[in-house]
Design a protein around this ligand. Sequence first.
Ligand SMILES: Cc1cc2nc3c(=O)[nH]c(=O)nc-3n(C[C@H](O)[C@H](O)[C@H](O)COP(=O)(O)OP(=O)(O)OC[C@H]3O[C@@H](n4cnc5c(N)ncnc54)[C@H](O)[C@@H]3O)c2cc1C
Length: 429
Amino acid sequence: MLQKSFPLKERSMKNVPSFSNSTEFDVIVVGAGAAGLAAAKSLVAAGKSVICFEAADRIGGRAHTDTQIFGVPFDIGAHWLHVEHLNPFIKIAKSLGFDVAPQKDNYLTYGDPDDLLWAEVEEIEDQMAEAAEADHDVSMLDVFQSKSPWSHTAAMMHALSMGRDMAEISVQDWDLEVEGSDWLCVQGFGAIVARHAGDLPVSLETSVSAISRTAKGVTVETSKGTAKAKAVIVTVSQGVLAAETIRFDPPLENERLGAIAGITMGTYNHIALKFAPDALPIQPDTWVTYQLGAQPDSILRGGGFLCNASNHGLTSFENSGTFAQELEEAGQDEAISFALNKLIEIFGSDIRKGFEGGHAMQWGKNPMTLGSYSGALPGSAGLRKHLGRAHAERIHFAGEATHLVEMATVSGAHKEGLCAAQDVLSQLN
Ligand SMILES: Cc1cc2nc3c(=O)[nH]c(=O)nc-3n(C[C@H](O)[C@H](O)[C@H](O)COP(=O)(O)OP(=O)(O)OC[C@H]3O[C@@H](n4cnc5c(N)ncnc54)[C@H](O)[C@@H]3O)c2cc1C
């Protein structure tokens, strides 16, 4: 089995200004994920002096296409270009020559010849939408009723997309998310984000530990020294903010602290399995699920497979919530075996002959994110609006979690980065 450590850097940035205590930039951007890259690109285009500090040894954050583990594009985080009609990356990808297309309607539910699952998925959706109308926010678990042999599988499909257990899903937060069709990119979503960024002034392996408001602007302490700027845009995840990896002076106000406690990181992971060409008897990009029986503790210990993504031979077992955390704890071997054995139950043991190796992502343990993406705990959906507000005027925040309807997406993060850059420009001009 291929079991490799967390992917290492694939690119270095050439255009990185050096900095010292006396260097003053117009703007410092903290984090080079989709939000930070969008902000930095827009500020550079506006002629501002910018530096972006990124703790990892690569750009992209949760949107990164690895090509080293399997020798083919593997999106270790974001893979689907969600909500086509609002997603700027479709146009960007086309203009850069990437192969993007709508995901085909290929679904297979093992053991469900009468297609009962999808009716059940829609019914749960209707129940959640109705519950979201009430003044009082409740959890998905409060709404869920087990009515048919497919109820738990249908619930799992929703819980998967939220990256958390039913008890931790706010129906109002779920209801706020915009819907739309998904597109896929043959070369990987992360590759689009990286190419679009171009050569920005990103200082890699530069971890920010403190941000202080000063009379003239801000001071940012990093693992490579201190820098000054007129303003800063912070794009780290909710997980990193909650862990207080960065100290703020003045300290973050109570309203924002409440929002950080209420809008938390879910866990959603890919366990990628590489097969020889034609090893799986199924069309590329087919979504495969199987029946999940009643669970003793309301934790949905199951997932779905995206099979043979873009015909590269990679099949990914998608899992979330407590189950994903349990698989992380179990380690690479166990996680890969679980996914492979599940797939063998569906397609038969012959597929083992074509199995070449696997890799299990562990976003919950990744110190750069401490989780996969944000979601509101029941009762906290209304707190998101506090996350994107500026702190002490010059400390701005942007990222997937600050978008009010495209949260948990690359598109949302990108737009929030652009928005924060605009706010800073109007402040500085
Ligand atoms: C497994 C998975 C699947 C997903 N699937 C999809 C999908 O299909 N489609 C979709 O649209 N979205 C998907 N998402 C969500 C999407 O990836 C994120 O919403 C988006 O990439 C977040 O971008 P961001 O800029 O807000 O944050 P990030 O990408 O987390 O960027 C923040 C950056 O800050 C850096 N950083 C952290 N701490 C510090 C520090 N102290 N100093 C300096 N830098 C620091 C991090 O290393 C990171 O690069 C998925 C996410 C995961 C994990």
